[in-house]
Design a protein around this ligand. Structure first.
Ligand SMILES: [Zn+2]
Length: 558
């Protein structure tokens, strides 16, 4: 009896809680959606000993719908990390701060009811306080580090208009971010540091953001190194001394960005930083924010990590400036960020280092993201046409193992001039909107001369999985000629390829020839100036073809 009563009371309590506080997304968006953030000032107090943050903020909102009873704010996109403490607005308005979202149990909503309904274009100023109640991969504060990524929804974001989904623009606004931290700590956030003051209560910093970006930050006991280029600051923040100091690493970052600017055009951020976070605190290796990235300590172990710095900074163009969409859309951001690393290595370290990276990746960078890694993945059954790639897991690795090779071969087929000017054209066309792989195909098909056989080239590298496996043999046929026979051994269909062939003559001289191969077998006669001793296919490693040094030889056709 007593037990039954307890259950009845509990049920009554729970249903009361649910009916009073839980609303569906649609209901919430219908009530408080459609306000756009114009200005956002945040004041963040980091409490490492308590493992939490306490924060307050102010926001200017503008109504984009015909009318509204008042705005709603949302916290937590991934985990229930944050809770509202208060919300206030214009005189006479009333706030509710503990609303839950039926479809998003992690979400917290605060809703303001204005004294009078607002009309389209009306602006109001609101202020709020909130705090963290747990640590996660998107937001954490402990004795070693504090960090928050906008994708976690760690600060209040206006609810989208009815029927719409939240997008990065909803979380983006210019304004100030102030950090109150322990003595000896520094913060890194979007925009530029405009104030830093070490006082008795600890260190205080203010960052000013002129552009409309979503906010993220990292804070900790950093060692800072920076490099100024044309009035822009490129900085590296390390948690401990490394074989390459912060200054050296900052120079490497600045050099990578300059190298990519020569190819892609102006870097979209006025400054950029790379921040070390401790290993094993978060579930990601590196996380790109608008204007800086965070990467695990492991990424800095072998000195300045040029491919990582370049790849992440390259997302400023590919992913941030230009978004991606559709099947194989990962070729429009991820693979192009990876091609940024290729471009930076080529400019800074030279052709051989670039080729080595394309073939074998390098220490301190993902071993899967290179030709060798591709053949390993393919041998495990993880292969599919690039044009069908989704995101995440091995498909992400595949886009970084073969996708940058696709662009690299496209570049050779068209020449630097057409290849990079078309790429800059894509950036200009798709700034601020989403680009699909079909858009990339269309741009290169239009730019290519007939002789490039572009639609065939695109389709054999994008619409089929696998890679060519070539065998070659030669025989002297007299009159200073040699007969060359190249056979394609892979399964499926033959490729059309332009292959470099290096003939090594008895007197030690070499002669390179470009040979067009098509169909399963190609036979041609080449004129030579002496006796041929040996022959090397693709000696400069310009093609994505299987080679013995990659291991994991693909199965051959019958
Ligand atoms: Zn990436």
């Amino acid at each position: 009896m007593i037990r039954n009563l307890a259950i009845t009371l509990l049920t009554a309590f729970l249903s009361g809680l649910l009916s009073a506080q839980t609303l569906s997304r649609n209901e919430l968006q219908a009530r408080g959606g459609g306000w756009r953030m114009q200005q956002l000032d945040l004041d963040i107090k980091l409490l490492p000993k308590l493992g939490k943050l306490e924060a307050k903020g102010q926001m200017i909102l503008e109504l984009s719908l015909e009318s509204s009873e008042g705005p709603g704010l949302f916290l937590n996109f991934k985990d229930p990390d944050m809770e509202f403490l208060s919300l206030s607005g214009p005189e006479g308005s009333e706030a509710e701060i503990d609303l839950l979202v039926k479809e998003r149990p992690e979400g917290r909503v605060a809703m303001l009811s204005l004294a009078e309904p607002a009309e389209e274009g009306e602006q109001i100023e609101i202020s709020f306080t909130w705090h963290s109640v747990q640590n996660s991969g998107a937001c954490m504060v402990d004795q070693d580090i504090a960090l928050a990524r906008w994708v976690g929804g760690w600060y209040p974001i206006p609810l989208p208009a009815p029927g719409e989904n939240s997008k990065v623009a909803d979380a983006a606004a210019p304004g100030l971010t102030t950090f109150r931290m322990p003595s000896g700590w520094m913060a890194v956030s979007n925009g530029s540091r405009v104030m830093s003051e070490e006082g008795e209560g600890g260190n205080e910093e203010t960052w000013e953001l002129e552009n409309s970006y979503a906010r993220s930050f990292a804070a900790g006991p950093f060692i800072e190194g920076s490099q100024e280029v044309d009035g822009r600051e490129f900085a590296v923040y390390l948690l401990s001394e490394k074989s390459d100091g912060a200054e050296v690493q900052a120079r490497s970052l600045a050099a990578a960005i300059s190298a990519m600017e020569q190819r892609f055009g102006e870097f979209p951020y006025s400054n950029y930083a790379i921040v070390e976070v401790p290993n094993n605190k978060v579930f990601w290796y590196a996380a790109s924010q608008q204007g800086f990235i965070m990467a695990e300590s492991g990424a800095f172990e072998f000195g300045a990590n040029l491919p990582l710095f370049a790849h992440e900074a390259s997302h400023a163009w590919w992913g941030n400036l230009v978004n991606s969409t559709g099947p194989g859309g990962i070729l429009c951001d991820e693979s192009l960020a990876q091609y940024g690393a290729v471009v930076a290595i080529e400019e800074i370290e030279g052709y051989e280092a670039m080729t080595e990276f394309l073939r074998f990746s390098r220490r301190g960078y993902s071993s899967a993201q290179c030709a060798k890694g591709y053949f390993q993945m393919a041998s495990e059954g993880n292969d599919m046409p690039l044009a069908q790639l989704g995101s995440g897991g091995w498909q992400h690795d595949l886009s970084d193992a073969k996708g940058h090779w696709f662009y690299h071969m496209l570049r050779r087929r068209l020449g630097d001039e057409i290849f990079f000017s078309t790429m800059r054209g894509l950036i200009a066309d798709f700034t601020g909107r989403a680009m699909s792989l079909n858009d990339v195909r269309a741009a290169y098909t239009k730019a290519a001369p007939e002789s490039a056989r572009m639609s065939e080239f695109l389709s054999q590298w994008l619409d089929r999985k696998g890679a060519p496996v070539l065998e070659a043999e030669f025989e002297a046929v007299g009159d200073g000629k040699v007969k060359l026979r190249i056979v394609q051994e892979q399964r499926g269909k033959p490729y059309h390829l332009r292959v470099d062939v290096r003939l090594i003559l008895a007197d030690g001289t070499e002669s390179d020839q470009l040979v067009e191969i098509e169909g399963w077998e190609t036979e041609i006669e080449l004129v030579v100036s002496g006796e041929v001793e040996d022959l090397i296919i693709d000696p400069e490693h310009r093609l994505f073809i299987w080679k013995p040094e990659y291991g994991n030889e693909p199965e051959r056709r019958d």
